[in-house]
Each structure stands twice: as C-alpha cells, then as structure tokens.
Design a protein around this ligand. Sequence first.
Ligand SMILES: Nc1ncnc2c1ncn2[C@@H]1O[C@H](COP(=O)(O)OP(=O)(O)OP(=O)(O)O)[C@@H](O)[C@H]1O
Length: 801
Amino acid sequence: MCRGSGDGRLGIDDSSTETVVNQEKQRFTLPSFRYTNIVLGIIFIDGLVSVILWLTGGTSEYFVDNIVHFHLRESVFDLALIAAIKVTLFPCLLALLETASYRQIDNPYVDKFQTRARVLHISLILSSVVFLAYSTTKGGLILYSILNENDYVKMHTEYNALVIWAVCFSILEFLSALASYSGMRKLKIIRILHKYNDKGEEIDEKGEPIKQGANIKRLFKLAKPEAGILMVATFCLFISSGCQMVSPLFFGKVVDSAMKSLDELSNTVLILVGIYILNAISAFLRGWLFTLSGHRFVARLRKHMFSTILKQEVAFFDTSRTGELCNRLSSDTQVLQNTVTVNISMLARYTLDMIGCLSFMFYLNPALTGVLLSVIPVVSLGAVQYGKFLKKLSKDFQDHLADGGTQAEECISSIRTVRSFTGEEKATSAYSVEIDKSYATGKKLAFAYGAFQGIIGLLVYGAIALALWYGGKLVHMLLSLSFQALYLYCLVSFQCIALVFQAVGASVRLFEIFDRIPKVPNENGVMLASLEGRVNFKDVHFTYPSRPDNVVLKGVTFNVNPGQMVALVGPSGGGKSTIVNMIERFYDPDDGMITLGGMDLKTLDPQWFRRRIAMVSQEPTLFACSIKDNIAYGKNATIEEVMEAAKQANAHEFISSFEEGYDTMVGERGVRLSGGQKQRVAIARALIMDPVILLLDEATSALDAESEHLVQEAVDRAMSGRTVLVIAHRLSTVRNASQVIVIDKGCIAEKGTHDELISKDGVYKRLVLRQLTAGAPLLHGDPSLTEQNSINYDTQINDKL
Ligand SMILES: Nc1ncnc2c1ncn2[C@@H]1O[C@H](COP(=O)(O)OP(=O)(O)OP(=O)(O)O)[C@@H](O)[C@H]1O
C-alpha cells in the first residue's frame, strides 16, 4: 500500500487513514469498512478466482498451447493477465485517489489537490471502462462463435466460467469506479476525530484521557496465570481426541485378529483397552482442568474487579448505580469464564484439525482444493465483520442486563418503601422494560447467529457442489468429504472466534473499571507519629462532579482547635454534610485547602487518617452481620473492648436483653433494630476506634423520650476529650459548643459562640426562632422568618436559653 507525506500529511495502511490537520494535537482515522476497502476486496476476489479458474482449466500442454498459440476466441490467458494487472493497478490508483481526495477535503481551496483527485477519478473510470470493453467484446465474440460457428472448438468449462466471471466483475468494477466520486466525498463524514493531550494521550470530548479499550490481547493477558493449567488441559484435549480418532481403527483390527489367533486378539483388545483408559484419563483431566482454570480465572477477576471498585473515589459512586456494578461483578465476569479458557483451546484444536484436513485435500487434488478454497476469503471477511457485530451486540446485551439488575436490586433492597407505596407494578414494569431491551438484543444475536451459519453453509456447500459437478470420480468424493469435515472445523473455529469477540464486547465495561484511576487516591501518603485534632478550612470551594453547575461551597474558611467542639448549623442544603465529607476526604476541594493536624489533607495517607476519624451519621448504616461484628467493624477488637464501647454508647443493656446477645444478627442495613438502637450501635462502632476527631450528624428523626435521652447521653460521652465537629440539630448541643458556624448557601454566614450569635440579629437567631415557633427539635429550616416574629420571640428566647 501507499504512504504519503507532505503538508497535508497522510498515511494509508490496510486498516486506517491518518491525517494530522493544522492543529497538531488532533488526528483523523478512517474506518476499515469504507468504499476503498470494499472495492479492493472485490478486485482481490476477482484476481484470485480468475487465476484459479485459469490454472484449473486444463492440463499443462493445453495450458502452454493456449499461451503460445493465443487466439482471442479460444484462449483466456488474456483474462487472467488482465485480472492480475487489475490487482496491481487498481489498489495503487485507489490509494492515490483516497490520498488526493483526503487532501482536497482538508484544503478545499487548493486547486492542485482538486485537479489531482479529478485526474485520478478519470483514470480509474477510464481503465475500468477499458477492461470492461475488452472482456465484454471477448465474451460477445465467444458467445457468437458458440452459437453460429459449427467448427468452433469449445473451451473447457472453467474457461467459459472465467469469461462469464470476467464480464460480471468488470461491470462491478466499472460501477464501483463510477461510485468513487460519492465514495470519496463520504470520507469527510465517516472519518473519526482523535484528540490528544500534552502527554500524547488520546482524550475524549471532556479532555479526559481515553483508556485503552477492550480487545482480545487484553483478554489473553488476563488469562496468563492460567497458562500452565490450560496447556496441560489442551494437551489432554489433543490426547483424548487422538484416542477417539484411532479407536475405530483398532476396533476393526479386533475383528481381523479374531480371525487369526487368540493371542493376537488378546493383544489387540489390550491395546484397545489401553486406548480407552488413556482416553478416560485424558478426558477426565481435560474436563477437570478446563473447568478449574475457568473458575480460578473468574474468581481472580472478580476479586480484582471488586477491589478496583472499592478503590474508586466517592464521587464515582454518585454516578454509578449499585445494581449495575454488582452485575458487572457477576454477569460480565461469567461471560469471560469460558472464553479465555475452553473456547481458546477449542480454537487451537480445530485450527490444527483444519491444517490436517487441508493437507489431505492438497494431497488429493491441489488444483481443485484451490477452487474450493476460493470461498475462504469471502467467509473470513464475513466472519470478521460478524465478530465485530457480535462484539457490539454483546456489549448492548450486557448493558441492558445490568440495567435490569439495577432495577431489581434497588427495588428488592427498598421493599418496604415499594410495598407501602404499592409500587410493585411500577417496579415490575420498569424491570420488564430493561429485560425486554436485553431480549430484543438477544433476538438480534440469535438471528445473527443463524444467518451466519446459513450463509457460510450456502457458500461452502456451493463450493462442494462445484466440486461434485466436476465429475463423479472417487478422488472428488473423498475431496468433498474432507471438505465437509473442513467446513465443520471452520464453522467451529469461527464460532470460537465469534465467542471471543462476544467476550470482548462483554468485557468492555470491566476494562473501563480496571483502567479507571481514582480521582481521589485511597492509599499512599504521609503517615505521622500521631494526629493532632486540628482542622482548618482555607477558602474552600467545591462543586460535586455529578452536578457541575451547582457550586456547593463558596470560599469556606474556619479553624477547629484540638479538643474543641464545633457545631455546624444552617438551613437545609447549605453544605454542612459536604464539609464533614470533605474532612474524610471523600471529595477534594476545587480550590482552597483543607489541613488536618497542620498538614494538607492531600499529602496524608487516606487510610491512616481515616482510622483516626470516626463518623456517626443521622441514619447509620449497619452491615448484615452480628452486633459484635458491627461494633468491631473498624478494628479487630476483643469482645471485652466491644462490650466496653457498647456500655459507653448506652447499648450494652439492650444488647444483653437479646437472646443471642452480641451475636444477634441485625439484618440487612440493620432492619432488625430500632432507630435508637441502631444509633447507639453506630456510636459504639465509632467509640471503639478511639478517634482523634469525631464527626457527628445529630439525629433529626424523632425518637421517644427515653431513647433520645439514651442516645444523647451516649453522644455526650463520645464527645468528651476529642475534637468534635457536629452537625447540630439541638439547642443543647450548640449551647455547649466552643464555636458555632452557620453555613448558608455554601458560605459561612456567621461564626461565634451561641451567646455571641444570639445577640446578633442574624441567620442563627432566626434559626433558633424557627425552632421555637415550630416546636421541633431541629435547627433546620427556612430562615426567612418575618421581622415581627423575631421581635415577638426575642424575650422568649432569652428566657429559654
Ligand atoms: N452526592 C452529591 N452529589 C451532588 N450534589 C450533592 C450531593 N450531596 C449533596 N449535594 C448537594 O449539595 C448541596 C449541599 O448539600 P449538603 O448535604 O451538604 O447540605 P446540608 O447543609 O448538610 O443539608 P441537610 O441539613 O439537609 O442535610 C445541596 O444542594 C445538595 O443537593
């Protein structure tokens, strides 16, 4: 092929065309399925078949005679020669034309490119006209002679076939040449733009580096640790299929030897038994090892996948749905299990069988084998396209399946809400929609599978029919028999290839997750001897990546000294929880800095500092294990430590009252415990860590007086002696706070002690007022209380506080 260079810089290879346009950091490539390659395919098939027909048309004398005593109406040497010329000339013309047209597209006002493209177009059309004219004239003359001249010596069948072939393909090539104008214009639409960053990495529209996609090579790499087992298993596969092949031979010998002597019979039977035993052992090893390697592979894949998911930053989980990720873990990995183990070995075996079969066919009749094999390029081309098609369908299928899984997961895990809102029907139909989509893709897959088999069958049996038509000689029978075997091997091999492509499709998402580098790292960084409970926010700005147009923190600055208890208050949605999340480094600020113990949070080892921070949220999440395991979640603690923490958290009493005590299972997300009990278990879980910093989101849910008292007492105990940041909802908490920070619309509206703030007529005072007017135990609410209200309740506040 050609490779050009110059101002428009263009390179063409057999798969893509690349252009570096004016901006250095972008590049176009062309898809392989395009006009130029289709026409090239036609020309190569034309050349191949023409030469085969010419070569198989007669004996060597006839051959030579045809060339030496060339006659326009009796020889076809010229047609074979023309086909060979076309195979050389047209690819060059097409490549030059594509280059010129491409330059013309990028430089529409440069005349020389336009002229060059036009000249090449005309050359292509003219040469195809010349070839067409020649072959039709020749065909016409031969037809005329056959019909009108009694003394015309008819040519061999292959030669007649070659004339018909040449006329048909010349017409096809002429039409293709005519279509070259529109074919080349399409280059502009179909070309694919690639962009690169400074490091030379390809980036997407958002400027993010594009990760290496899924491909067969990567799939093989994943299976590398299984290579040893797979090799042994494949060896056993060959042994067992070898045994199966030779056993009929010995079976026949048994009958022969029975006629001769008992000794010979015993020997032959012994050999046969030996073969059967060998077959049994190798079949056992084959079955065992393939399955074992499949399970090993999928287990390793799942573990790796799970740990990669867990390493992702919290923002990743804001945009990914739990059900979908779980589906990736279970279903996508499963598809890969067979592919990289059994299918690849089958592919190896059938490829070997194919080679054997081909050798046998060549031995029988090389020329006829050539004719039969002419279908192979067409089948291969079809198989590759089919594989690509399968890859896409398979990805869609897995995606829809994952969506269905997500729906089901969400619905089942929230069954109480679904039941109370009678959402069963809605959930069922939402699930059905996703499953119907996967079914629709499944239908397409089934159709594609059937069509592939049908078309290949048609092509291959067509070629067999051609061979049989040749004559009823035994050699041809044998040839067609072995060709049938070859067809079977081809089909199985193509199916294995197709399954590999299918697995590549299913693994796209797996690789996406494998390649994903967490934006907030989960490990590595500085580990200090001890952590000082000092927290500083310096002009922190933050927007959640999942909602980029909503700025949540707009320059937040505050300091928390060691041992201080700081209360965060403010209207709902102001950004309090966001601040707390940022201390855990669930998210990194867009601007500004957060320091912990005087160190930039980004420099510290996340796992190290997180072990020194404990968080108790409003609605704590417990795991579906025992109370003991829940309390000891963050630390390998003894039962004594667990009990001590539970006592501190006012939880020991209720836990002891359970029949199974600390071994009581709490159910999924702690559903078997009451709200107050869950909160106390969560406080115990935080206390057992003995955290330097405690992050607390006070419960807003109304607990009964006794429960509330117990929780409050536990919270108060938990706070003593450590730095505490509390999202406060109770007056008692804020009154005790060393500092109250009022967060409103992402900014610090007020800062100070309770008394200082209450003396101002600001947001805080209005919040407190609101609490009193509503009678709710919350510091939440709409701050826009009227001035009148404010004045009316002023005295009341001062009395109460
Ligand atoms: N994970 C998230 N992704 C996108 N936006 C979020 C996310 N979490 C919170 N927000 C948005 O950020 C803003 C601040 O939320 P935040 O939870 O920090 O407020 P808050 O003051 O704690 O509210 P509340 O007192 O009601 O809990 C809100 O507008 C909210 O919708």
